[in-house]
Design a protein around this ligand. Structure first.
Ligand code: PGA
Length: 219
């Protein structure tokens, strides 16, 4: 059985109360899957709470941040750096298309962030929109996330996602390639059963704890 990554990207959603409710409902499910790594990427603010929650309830869940500063610690108002993230998370999403579009992140910035993540022992989840790129560093996970499929209920076809994943794997040093874009509990399996897709990055559907659990189960 191949290893699968099921990653929740909460984006800029939820509140302290809602996160508590989400966790209380999610933890009641049996989360022991031998081949599935569950990773939750909440807004920075909720990382400490979820980290203690996971530890107090002994849950098989890893944490990721949604972004990382391109700088080390220092006078960079508003930034959260790799050293700080490392206290709470193992993974970090880098180069999500929403950051590229809304925060003008270009390749140079994305590369600086990958370097910072690796420097602090964080595993990058690098988001790309197609196969036309080549990165120097070895990144743990590359997520193929076509823009037309994000938040639209219009996923890419599993066949094309597998084709793109295969090309990405051929051209880059990455351990795993996953797919993201309108994944839900009904379509997840069509992606994860493809030979070159090693998991999914889930936005909207991960905000509902029961739906997210169904996604993990069906993957
Ligand atoms: P979506 O988002 O599942 O809501 O389409 C995916 C993502 O942006 O990672």
């Amino acid at each position: 059985m191949k290893k699968l990554f099921i990653i929740a990207n909460w984006k800029s959603n939820l509140s302290t109360l809602k996160v508590q409710e989400w966790a209380d409902r999610f933890k009641n499910n049996d989360l022991r899957f031998t081949n599935k790594e569950i990773i939750i990427c909440p807004p920075f603010l909720f990382l400490p709470f979820i980290k203690s929650y996971i530890s107090n309830h002994n849950l098989p869940i890893k944490l990721g941040a949604q972004d990382i500063s391109k700088f080390d610690e220092g006078a960079y108002t508003g930034e959260v750096n790799g050293k700080q993230i490392r206290e709470f998370a193992d993974y970090v999403i880098i180069g999500h298309s929403e950051r590229r579009q809304n925060f003008s992140e270009n390749e140079e910035v994305v590369n600086q962030k990958i370097k910072q993540a690796i420097k602090f022992g964080l595993k990058p989840i690098l988001c790309v929109q197609d196969q036309n790129f080549k990165i120097q560093e070895k990144v743990e996970i590359i997520a193929y996330e076509p823009v037309f499929a994000i938040g639209t209920n219009n996923p890419d076809t599993p066949e094309n996602a597998d084709l793109v994943s295969t090309k990405i794997k051929e051209n880059n040093l990455s351990n795993y390639i996953i797919y993201g874009g309108s994944v839900n509990s009904k379509n997840v399996n069509q992606f994860t059963q493809k030979p070159n897709i090693d998991g999914v990055l889930v936005g909207n559907a991960s905000l509902d704890p029961l739906e997210f659990f169904e996604i993990i189960k069906n993957a």
